[in-house]
Write a protein of this length. Sequence first.
Length: 679
Amino acid sequence: DAAGAVEGVTEAPTAALETEEGKILGTVAYMSPEQAEGKPVDPRSDVFSLGTILFEMATGERPFRGDTKMSTIGAILKDEPVSVTERNRSLPRHLGRIIRRCLSKDPDRRYQTALDLRNELEHLKAEIDSGELAAEPGRVTLRPKHRSRYLALLGIVVVAVIVGTFAVRSLLRATSPRESGGKLTTIGTDPVTFSAGPEYGGNLSPNSEFLVYSHTKHGTMDLYVQPRVGGRTLRLTDGAGDELNPRWSRDGTQIAYVGGSGTNADIFTISPLGGPSTKLAETGIPHIHSFWDVVECLGSKPWSLNDEGLLFARRLDSGDVAIFQVDLETRDVKQVSFPPPGAHDLSASWSFDGEWIVFSRTHGGLSELWVIPASGGEERPLLADQFVNMDPSFLPDDQHVIFTSNRVGGMDNIWSIHIPTGELSQLTFGGGKDWYPSVSRDGVIVYTRWSHQTDLYTVNVPTGKSDQLTSWTQDNFVGRYNPGGDRVAYQSTRTGNAEVWVLDPETREELNLSDHAAMDVLPAWSPTGEEIAFLSGREGVMNLWVAKSDGSGRPERISDQEIYIPSKVWAVSLGVRWTPDGKSIGYVMPNVEGPSLWMMDRAGGTDAKLVRRGVERFDWYLDRDRIVYTTLTEDGLELRAANLETNEERLLYAGPHSEMILAPGGTAIALVKSESHFN
């Protein structure tokens, strides 16, 4: 942090000061004149604040100083700072002119956009780098050490401009190895929270003074409220499952959230002071099996303009997911979006003026941004390309939408799109996953820096002894032993892309079967162990592929059918399995009548066969006519055994579960039982 490096600068939050025009929020020394007066601000106000930081970086002093907050505000409103070149004769004159223009009292005389300021700084940096300034009459030649210092200073400020334009005071996630979660901290300040474990989905109150978020202090996800500047937290919920996506109402009197306990996730409201929750609506989304849909049930700003309605995602009978609105008074629910077959509409958010709704539409492994007029009308795409664009939210000007996208290097960062022009701007530059951006009324963007690492372990069933198989970064999961038990196939994102690997547990030697830019997932061994089937998008859409398990030859596409995989769901929620006779391959796919089991002949072809509807996960049992599968019923999740030829079936287990897999020969079933995704 540049400002924090200067002696005497504090990053403690500043108390709010009331004026006739409005409320002043922020650190006083870096306010623009219009912000200090409580007047409306725009990106030119951020240009002034960045000019203040640039002045301080160049001279070691602030341009506007006072003994008290009020005297500092008075200096910002009335005083003209001394030129930086008078403080330091070695500084280029053009840098002085740039800073002087940034600090103009009149917003019209400043740089009008951060892009203009960035261009000026980059031009000056190029002049210094090339040595052009050495010939400037009457100026001191920049020595190498001074040149490198100013180049570094300008480089820092160029990055600060890009971020500061949108007033991003971000909440980051620093995550410990081997676990999902971390700390929430604001850029340039001390950590906001200090608890261990995952913390998700932060959302600021309308006055930006309080933060609500989900945290696993007691095992499952619960809701907590605390002052934005840090301090004592208030636990709002203590349910047996997970409480997620807390979203403040516009008047600040209620918090909406998604609550899930094993089977379905529902929409609730609760007071920011705690107390009983009120159920508003059912989403129909399985909490454990479709966890990522649950996390995105509520967008950043789901409350309507007068808090009369709430947007949320609901699963249709077809298995697709659409946006609905519930009336807070009558509890009536109406459908707002109408997704095509195989699509999931999620993260719906109102514009600040209540005129528009933005949401993400996931289809075929990609996500697009769509908008709908609030008064009714046709849906239209806002951003549809080859990238995953999700978690959209309007900025207060209602001219920009921020969102998460993997459009640079496969990393998930926060971006913005200017609605009238379609111009894109990158706001965060981390190497991880910046998710769930949420915008407050004063333009502060809160987001989660999400990190996740999983590794494979083996367990000896009779003794219970465990052994770690992998120790890579990112996610390494969906491990499957070959029929001989001497090799393991699994998917890994260690390189930033999902790939299929084969591991020898004895020697720890590994073979990459899918060294390809496309996403390859869900490996499954053939009964002979000679081939591995998997899903891949290497020809533009997800299809079924087969590769030799020893890596010889080229992978072969055996299906022309596009297999719809909602974003994030591909990780563990679907399944691919060979029939015991090795002649066919079964796989689970969402379709117009819900998730179903399909089958394709190994010999290939264009005709995939629908085997059974309502299958969430499955495995073959003894032969190609019998399966064990998970299905969602009105009573909840059930594990059943079925004979596909006779349609006879029986209940094996009723209750929340996932990750089901059969032992060879069908002697036992391993599964995960839990009310909570996090516990």
